[in-house]
Design a protein around this ligand. Structure first.
Ligand SMILES: C[S@@+](CC[C@H](N)C(=O)[O-])C[C@H]1O[C@@H](n2cnc3c(N)ncnc32)[C@H](O)[C@@H]1O
Length: 511
């Protein structure tokens, strides 16, 4: 074995940002589950396997606290350090394997240890090392966030992954990692086309084959071609983490527990009769055929009393995480789509958008004319659903230091926009988290800096950029070749940006 322990390292991981890892989101999830999180507003935080390090960098820039992270891929560590140097956040970004990390004697005690997209893709030995770090370095009362591939949702994909792994281990050599990925994909497709019993008998396998065709090589490599791929049910994970003195708190994804939007009548009745939290989650996983979970565990829970919960909710601030016009009327759920009923949600969205998207506490929202007749609990529920759907975020007054770090990190992201389309998030000192901003949006921000305030000027700026790199816009899958067609699309986007996106980004203090 090399240093990579069977983990695919020839292709670096995607530049994803994961809001669930935001300390403020974890704190809110704990509040929803009635558990106190230590560390106040400035926790000591460790992220294991940070990948390209977008999440840890955004969180360390936007939040208070002390941030540590490790990833044994030196290309990942180098990229993440570049971002940290840009923000000046002083993150301890290590290039340690989990084994090296477990052997260190300079780690502090952490309030939060988080790992996203790691647990299911490393060996048993590495999972033991992770548990060891959590057991020894998570402070009493501290929380662990772990996301993982779970059953029953992944069960039909096991044979497809197995075919790909056989191709990886026994197929032709010498085509490099990209050749191996496309070869493995083609191999599965070829097997599926040969009037093959396993595919014929399983519509889920056939469906998954189609999804596979749309996925990029970096994701495919990490999901399907790592030596390790471990599926676990929540009940098994709960047992296994008992060794690290952890107990289950609840899902980090706030919508997961909202049965009203995911389950039909029968399912809701069934779940409501189950007292045990882990058994309830197991049944929910079957009801929605879940394949991925993101769970929070605690080392010695301090349960919040009713009055404590009420006070914490009352003082908790929120902000819209998308422009108000982009809040949809329906959100995806296990049953397809759930409606965000206008009479319940529109006044909340309107109040959150007021005063240039300034963050507002639940107590303050209850005093707004449009929400005065709401019960605090109903408003908390509506906010939980908006946050769970990615439409609102927890917020707090930004410190000068966080403003400075975010501004430096965002400056770096915008500079990179001239040479790369990798980075797709800015950091907000209001949410302590990331704000998605597509590449064209980043170029619009640069255009505004150069004195542009008219849509035509912004469009012209981006057109000059596209022309200089030989790129064009695409519309409905078709490349727009002429300058006029490109400018028409860009002007429409620029109008939208100036009217809706820019005020929102300004409200989040991201620009
Ligand atoms: C699927 S990626 C997820 C990255 C990141 N957490 C994210 O969600 O974007 C898993 C990461 O774990 C790192 N990793 C895997 N095994 C490791 C080990 N034994 N020690 C340290 N890092 C490891 C990989 O280099 C990779 O960046």
């Amino acid at each position: 074995m090399t240093w990579s322990d069977g983990y695919v390292t020839d292709l670096n991981y995607t530049f994803g940002y994961y809001p669930e890892l935001n300390p403020a989101m974890l704190r809110l999830a704990c509040l929803c589950h009635g558990v106190a999180m230590p560390g106040g507003d400035a926790p000591t935080y460790l992220e294991l396997g940070f990948g390209q390090g977008i999440s840890i960098n955004v969180h360390a820039a936007g939040s208070e606290g002390t941030f540590w992270g490790t990833d044994f891929n030196p290309a990942h560590a180098a990229g993440a350090r570049e971002l940290a140097a840009a923000s000046g956040a002083g993150i301890r970004l290590l290039e340690d394997s989990f084994e090296d990390l477990a052997a260190r004697d300079d780690l502090p005690d952490f309030d939060i240890i988080a790992l996203h997209g790691v647990w299911s893709w490393v060996s048993d030995a590495n999972r033991r090392l992770i548990k060891d770090v959590i057991r020894r370095r998570l402070r009493p009362g501290g929380i662990a966030y772990i996301s993982y591939n779970c059953l029953p949702g992944w069960a039909p994909i096991v044979p497809i992954r197995h075919l790909m792994a056989v191709y990886r281990d026994r197929g032709p050599r010498g085509a490099g990692v990209n050749g191996m990925i496309s070869g493995a994909k083609a191999f599965v497709e070829e097997v599926a086309r040969a009037d093959t019993g396993s595919f014929r008998d399983s519509s889920l396998m056939r469906q998954h084959l189609e999804i596979l065709g749309r996925q990029g090589p970096a994701y495919l490599a990490h999901e399907y071609l790592n030596a390790d791929w471990h599926l676990e049910s929540i009940s098994d994970l709960v047992l296994s983490l008992d060794e690290a003195k952890l107990t289950y708190v609840g899902s980090a994804r706030l919508l997961d527990g909202v049965d009203a939007i995911h389950l039909g009548d029968e399912g809701r009745k069934l779940v409501s009769r189950i007292d045990d939290a882990v058994m309830r989650e197991t049944v929910r996983d079957h009801l929605v055929n879940r394949r991925f979970r993101a769970d929070i565990f605690v080392k010695g829970a301090r349960r919040l009393s009713g009055p404590e919960r009420r006070d914490l909710w009352h003082d908790h601030a929120f902000v819209l995480s998308v422009p108000a016009v982009d809040v949809p009327k329906r959100i995806p759920c296990a049953l397809g789509e759930a409606e965000l009923h206008a009479e319940r949600y529109d006044p909340v969205i309107e109040a959150l958008a007021e005063d240039g998207y300034r963050a507002k506490t639940l107590g303050e929202l209850l005093e707004r004319p449009q929400l005065r007749d709401r019960r605090s609990q109903d408003l908390a529920e509506a906010l939980t659903i908006l946050v769970g759907a990615g439409l609102a975020s927890p917020a707090r007054p930004p410190s000068d230091a966080a403003m400075e770090r975010c501004s430096r990190l965002n400056e770096h992201v915008l500079r990179r926009a001239r040479v790369s389309m990798d980075l797709r998030h800015l950091a907000s000192p209001v949410t302590g988290g990331g704000v998605p901003l597509a590449h064209v949006g980043q170029l619009f921000v640069l255009a505004c800096r150069e004195g542009g305030d008219r849509a035509e000027g912004l469009a012209e700026f981006v057109w000059r950029f596209l022309e200089s790199v030989g790129e064009r816009l695409t519309k409905d899958g078709r490349r727009l070749e002429s300058k006029d067609d490109n400018l028409r699309e860009l002007t429409a986007s620029a109008n939208r940006f100036l009217r809706f996106e820019r005020p929102h980004l300004q409200g989040l203090r991201a620009i």
